[in-house]
Design a protein. Structure first.
Length: 184
């Protein structure tokens, strides 16, 4: 046991120094202890999560030197898990960090990066902004409907309470831990 004075001494003697072994704890991932683990935690099936990793992987994977320079080394799977967990549950960065064995700052950086990659990679494929005649038809429809000028799209959503099937309850649990169906 070291005294306070020896802990803060400027001695360069190797006898006073203790070597510490840095151990990286295994982080949680998609492959949980039971079937349905991924669905309950990330609200997507294991196959959907794997597909998402394949789509986002090239953009999320940084070189080892880039990751070390930034102070973290996370696999694509871990980055997707962290990003989805925050977005799917609304959990705090501290809670998600504790669950995945990473610091709050790492969670913050991963969520920012994950969202940027989703916008860059998935939005061009899955979200189409109307153009030309389609755009004009949409604007005209909103004008006729409620007199809204220069509006071409609206996104809204609501949770409708439901009684889910008992064998497939997980996908129907919302962030308030109630059974509902998200309608947009």
């Amino acid at each position: 046991m070291h005294s306070a004075s020896s802990l803060f001494s400027s001695s360069d003697s190797s006898d006073d120094e203790e070597r510490r072994l840095y151990v990286v704890a295994p982080r949680s991932n998609f492959d949980g202890p039971h079937i349905g683990f991924a669905e309950a935690r990330f609200r997507l099936s294991s196959q959907q999560l794997q597909y998402l990793c394949e789509l986002l992987g090239p953009s999320l994977a940084a070189s080892d030197s880039q990751q070390r320079r930034k102070g973290f080394v996370l696999t694509v799977k871990e980055q997707v898990a962290i990003g989805l967990r925050v977005l799917a549950t609304g959990s705090t960065y501290r809670t998600v960090g504790d669950a995945h064995g990473v610091a709050i700052g790492t969670v913050s950086a991963m969520v920012k990066r994950f969202v940027e990659v989703v916008v860059d990679v998935l939005c061009p494929v899955y979200i189409r902004i109307p153009a030309g005649k389609d755009l004009q038809r949409s604007v005209d429809g909103f004008r006729q409907l409620n007199g809204m000028m220069d509006v071409w799209a609206v996104v809204d959503g609501t949770h409708v309470k439901v009684h889910p099937p008992s064998e497939l309850e997980g996908p129907f649990v919302n962030r308030h831990h109630e059974h509902s169906l998200n309608c947009q």
